[in-house]
Ligand binder design. Sequence first.
Ligand SMILES: *Cc1c(COP(=O)(O)O)cnc(C)c1O
Length: 392
Amino acid sequence: MVGEFHPPARILMGPGPSNVDPRVYLAMAKPLLGHLDPDFIRIMHQVQDLLRYAFATRNSLTIPISGTGTAGMEAAFVNVVEPGDKVLICVNGFFGERMVEIAGRCGAEVKKLSGTWGKPFDPAEVEKELRAFRPKVLALVHAETSTGVLQPLEEFPSIMKKFPEALLLVDTVTSLGGHPVKVDEWGIDVCYSGTQKCLSCPPGLAPITFSPKAVERIKNRTKKVQSFYLDMDTLGKYWGNEMTYHHTAPISMNYALLEALRIVQEEGLDRRFERHRRNHLALAAGVEAMGLKMFVDPPHRLWSLNTIAIPDGTDDAKVRKSLLEEYNLEIGGGLGPLKGKIWRVGLMGYTSDERNVLFFLTVLELTLREQGFEVPRGVGASTAREFYAKNK
Ligand SMILES: *Cc1c(COP(=O)(O)O)cnc(C)c1O
């Protein structure tokens, strides 16, 4: 006999998944409907409307892909890229590398613009590459979860205007719902995200939106999309007016996403972004007061994911193990070249909360002191507290 599973109630401050609002768990326990039931179809349309709100877009083709953020990434490339197409990908972290891998599998002629892990791209440098390479797609990661860097996108609409043959494809997995994401204003043609980061829903769906220009590109393909499951032509019909069966939508996950998006709407995007900003600033202030260094320069830091340089002589794995086992607190380690060099501390969605910030700073201090790292008692949490008092 296999016993019942009782997962510990972790505080999920890693790079995702984040903690889930109890309202979302309750939504998932609601009775199933058939995937063509009129009541389910009504929910689908509500999910689409709320996704348009979250993405700040009027794009009609806006749906949740069945699958996690990576399925969103795959759906983005597989639909707008045909074999032989030139694709320019800006890589300054792990997820940019993943884009290169996926675009390559689509048969694209990929040009990788290599940046520095921990720094954003200078738009002028990207423009230079666009002029030299003339790609059909330019791909960027808005919030690079492997480094904690935010890529500003405000300058891209005026750049992309000079290259009308190119689509702008952006990964917003770690920014949607935590940082402003303005699909229409920034001229993004293909934008995808995931449910388990700043939307605070379990992993399982990948919101995606396509501009009319991207839809046109898909319509004019010479070859069928090689993935049946992620083909927006047929999938879009299920989510559009035709409602023809394509695959069974993950019903309960859609209930969950609807509730998570209703929570986003109730809070309001601006207030939600401000909450993420404030908690990030408090955490960074506390971390620096403890004598630790943030990995990214202040103007480029993500609010949803904080990267901290691991102090010399500290045992990375031991610290994370102690946080998890003794305090039920999950944080992430570094990926690729940053393995053993940084900690990744998420403050995403429901997890972005003052009490979590204060708890993290307190138990990190206890753990570091046990490892022989000198930290004045209580300095991290009290600095964060003072920050909150001054920034009501
Ligand atoms: C998490 C993440 C992904 C992948 O999402 P999964 O849900 O793990 O498939 C893609 N891009 C970025 C920037 C991410 O942070």
